[in-house]
Design a protein around this ligand. Structure first.
Ligand code: XMP
Length: 593
C-alpha cells in the first residue's frame, strides 16, 4: 500500500501548505482530513500531523477532535494548535497566555531528539499563537524552548507523539523542511517514493468516479491551471464527453484570446465565444471592486450556461481550474474572511458546488504543484511558467471611480510626522489589501525621493504599519514630478482597457527581454483613475516575488529595467505618471482590487 501522511485540518491558514510540503519536499502522499475523522479514515497512514487553528483550545465551539487518533500507534506531530491538542488531550494543561508570540523567535534545543536532528543549538522559528501550555503530559519531555514558550517542542519519543508550537511548514522557520523531513522519514519511516505522476494516476481514478458518464464543459482561460485541467480531463474522458470553452470577456491581455485559440486548436470540442460586449455592458458605470468581481463571475456562468443550452447537453458538469488560494481568499473554507471574491467563487458557483454541478480537478493544489503537474503532463516549459492571471483579468487592474474629491490633509500630516527622509502625498483612490487576515480598502501613500530599494522598503513598512487609513505605499519613479492630481470619473470602457493592454504588453515584453519572467511570480500593471498634471491617468507597476500567492514581497527589479519600462509607458498617450508599488502582501494584496 502507498505510504501516506494524514494532515488533520483544524482550520489553520497553513494546513494545505503542510500537505503540499509533505508531497513536494518529502515525496510522500498526503491527504487532508477533518478533525472528527474516524479511525478507519486514517487506516494505513504512516503518520498524522495536526494543523494549527484560529480557535483556542478552550473555545466551546472549537473543532470536534477524535482523541482516538492518539491511541493507534501511528506517530503524531501536533503543530501550534495541534501542540495544544497533544498536551491537553494526553494529560497536560493549556491556558490563555498574557504574552502573545507572533513572528520570529529563537528556539533553544533542550534535548537531542530525532525530530530536531540537523538543527543547531539555536534555530530561528516562526510563531503565531496566543495560548500557552503550562504543564505537559507525564510521559513527555521538553525538546526545545523559546523565550516566551517553554514547551516550544515536546515529545513522548517512545509513543512517537510530538508537538511543536512553531510552524515548520513556513519558510521563515529556517530548518522547517528538515524538521518535517525528520518526522516523515525518520519517525514515520516513510521512504518517500511518491511522484507527481502518482497524483495524476490517482486523480484520474477520482475524476472518473466523480464524472461517470456525464458531459463536462471546461472553461479555459489560456492560463496554466485550466490548461492542466484540460489535459487531465482529456486523459479521463471519452472525446465526446469533454467540451472546452474560452470566453473572451473583453478583459484579456493584448492578443490573448487569439493566442489561446491557436494553442488549444488540437482539442476536438473547443470553442471561443466573444462575449466582450455582454461583459462590458454589464460593467457599465460600475466602480466598486466586489461588485465588478461578482458581475464578472456571474457573466462567465451565464455565457457558459447559454453554451450548454446550445450544445444540448442534458446531464452535465461545469469544470474550472480553481486552485487552493482562490478558495481560501474568497472565504471558502470554514473560518476564513472574504478578502476578494474570486471569479470562480461567486454565489451561483457556490450553489452549483452544493448541487454537485462543478468539478475542480486541481482545487487542492498550489500554483507550484499545478506547474509540476503541467510539466509531468508534457506541457511546454514556457507555458507552464506563465505568470498567473486573475479570472476577472484586466477588470480588476483598471480601477474605476465616480471621480469624487477627498480631503487628505490629516493623512498627509501623519505621513510627514513619521520623520522619514522622503516626501509624501496620498493617491486619491483606494485599493484592496489584507490586514490581520481581514480585508482593507484604503488609500495608497505616495513616496518620492532617493531610489534605494532597501530604504524604500523600510519606509513602506513604517507607512503601512503606522498610518491608519493607508494600506499601500507606491514610489514615484524618478524624473517625474506631481503638480496636480485629480480623481476622474472612469469605468471599464474599451478605450481604457486598450490603454492598459498596451501598457501591460510593454511591461511583459521588457521583463521577457531582461530574462526576469521566471524570477518574478507576477507583474500586474494597474490603471488608476487619477489625472496627473492634466496629462493622463496614472499607471502602477506591481511586480512581486512569491511562491504560493498567500504572501508576497514587492520585487526590487534592476533600476535599468524599470527605467526602460517607465520611459516606454510615459510615451503612451493618456498616461500621466508611472509609480512602483513597494508594498508586501500582507498588508497589500498582489492585485489592487
Ligand atoms: P491577491 O490580489 O489576492 O491575489 O493577492 C492572489 C493571487 O490570486 C490571483 N487572483 C485571482 N485568480 N480569480 C483567479 O483565478 C480571481 O478572481 C483572482 N483574483 C486574484 C492574483 O492574480 C494572484 O495571483
Amino acid at each position: 500500500m502507498e505510504e501516506k501522511i494524514v494532515v488533520i485540518d483544524n482550520g489553520g491558514q497553513y494546513c494545505h501548505l503542510i500537505a503540499t510540503k509533505v508531497r513536494t519536499k518529502h515525496n510522500v502522499y498526503s491527504e487532508i482530513l477533518p478533525p472528527n475523522c474516524s479511525v478507519d479514515d486514517v487506516q494505513g497512514a504512516k503518520g498524522i500531523i495536526l494543523s494549527g487553528s484560529p480557535f483556542s483550545i478552550y473555545n466551546e465551539n472549537k473543532p470536534d477532535f477524535n482523541e482516538k487518533l492518539f491511541s493507534l500507534g501511528i506517530p503524531v506531530l501536533g503543530i501550534c494548535y495541534g501542540n495544544y491538542l497533544v498536551a491537553s488531550t494526553l494529560g497536560g494543561k493549556v491556558v490563555a497566555s498574557e504574552k502573545k508570540e507572533y513572528g520570529l523567535a529563537k528556539l533553544l534545543k533542550k534535548k537531542d531528539s530525532v525530530l530536531l536532528e540537523g538543527c543547531g543549538k539555536e534555530e530561528i522559528v516562526w510563531m503565531s499563537h496566543g495560548d500557552k501550555i503550562v504543564a505537559i503530559p507525564k510521559t513527555f519531555e521538553i525538546l526545545g524552548s523559546t523565550e516566551n514558550c517553554e514547551f516550544a517542542a515536546i515529545a513522548d519519543e517512545k509513543k512517537k507523539i510530538f508537538g511543536v508550537q512553531f510552524h515548520p511548514e513556513v519558510v521563515d522557520t529556517k530548518k522547517g523542511d528538515i524538521i518535517l523531513g525528520n518526522f516523515v522519514h525518520k519517525i514515520c519511516g516513510c521512504v518517500g517514493e511518491w511522484k507527481i505522476s502518482d497524483y495524476i494516476a490517482q486523480k484520474q481514478i477520482e475524476l472518473k468516479n466523480e464524472i461517470g458518464k456525464k458531459k463536462v464543459l471546461l472553461l479555459v482561460s489560456g492560463g496554466v491551471d485550466s490548461t492542466v485541467c484540460a489535459s487531465l480531463l482529456s486523459k479521463v474522458l471519452a472525446r465526446e464527453q469533454l467540451f472546452c470553452l474560452h470566453i473572451d470577456n473583453g478583459l484579456m491581455r493584448k492578443n490573448e484570446s487569439a493566442e489561446v485559440k491557436e494553442m488549444l486548436k488540437e482539442i476536438k470540442n473547443f470553442k471561443v465565444v466573444d462575449a466582450s460586449k455582454m461583459f462590458l455592458d454589464r460593467l457599465k458605470e460600475k466602480y466598486e471592486p466586489e461588485e465588478k468581481r461578482k458581475i464578472i463571475g456571474q457573466t462567465f456562468i451565464d455565457v457558459a450556461n447559454k453554451e450548454i443550452e446550445n450544445l444540448g447537453l442534458d446531464d452535465w458538469l461545469l469544470a474550472q481550474g480553481t486552485i487552493y488560494p482562490d478558495t481560501i481568499e474568497s472565504g471558502g473554507t470554514k473560518h476564513a474572511d472574504v478578502i476578494k471574491t474570486h471569479h470562480n467563487r461567486v454565489d451561483i458557483i457556490k450553489k452549483m458546488i452544493e448541487d454537485k454541478k462543478i468539478v475542480e480537478p486541481v482545487k487542492d493544489l498550489y500554483k507550484e504543484e499545478v506547474r509540476d503537474l503541467g510539466t509531468a503532463l508534457g506541457l511546454f516549459e514556457n507555458f507552464v511558467w506563465r505568470h498567473p492571471f486573475p479570472g476577472p483579468g484586466l477588470g480588476v487592474r483598471a480601477l474605476c471611480s465616480v471621480g469624487k474629491k477627498e480631503e487628505f490633509s490629516v493623512l498627509k500630516e501623519k505621513l510627514n510626522s513619521l520623520g522619514l527622509k522622503y516626501d509624501f502625498d496620498v493617491l486619491p483612490c483606494r485599493s484592496v489589501g489584507v490586514k490581520g487576515d481581514e480585508r482593507s480598502y484604503e488609500h495608497p501613500a505616495i513616496i518620492s525621493g532617493v531610489w534605494d530599494w532597501k530604504e524604500l522598503e523600510k519606509a513602506s513598512t513604517r507607512v503601512v504599519n503606522e498610518v491608519r487609513g493607508i494600506n499601500r505605499a507606491i514610489y514615484l519613479l524618478p524624473g517625474q514630478s506631481i503638480n496636480s492630481m485629480e480623481p476622474i470619473k472612469a469605468y471599464l470602457t474599451k478605450e481604457r482597457l486598450d490603454l492598459l493592454r498596451e501598457a501591460d504588453a510593454i511591461v511583459m515584453g521588457e521583463i521577457e527581454k531582461a530574462g526576469l519572467m521566471r524570477k518574478i511570480w507576477q507583474f500586474p500593471t494597474v490603471l488608476v483613475p487619477v489625472n496627473v498634471n492634466g496629462k493622463g491617468e496614472a499607471l502602477i507597476l506591481r511586480p512581486v516575488f512569491s511562491t504560493i500567492a498567500m504572501t508576497a514581497k514587492f520585487a526590487d527589479l534592476p533600476l535599468e529595467v524599470v527605467e526602460s519600462i517607465k520611459k516606454k509607458l510615459l510615451a503612451i498617450k493618456g498616461v500621466g505618471a508611472v509609480f512602483y508599488d513597494i508594498t508586501h502582501k500582507p498588508p497589500g494584496t498582489i492585485e489592487w482590487e
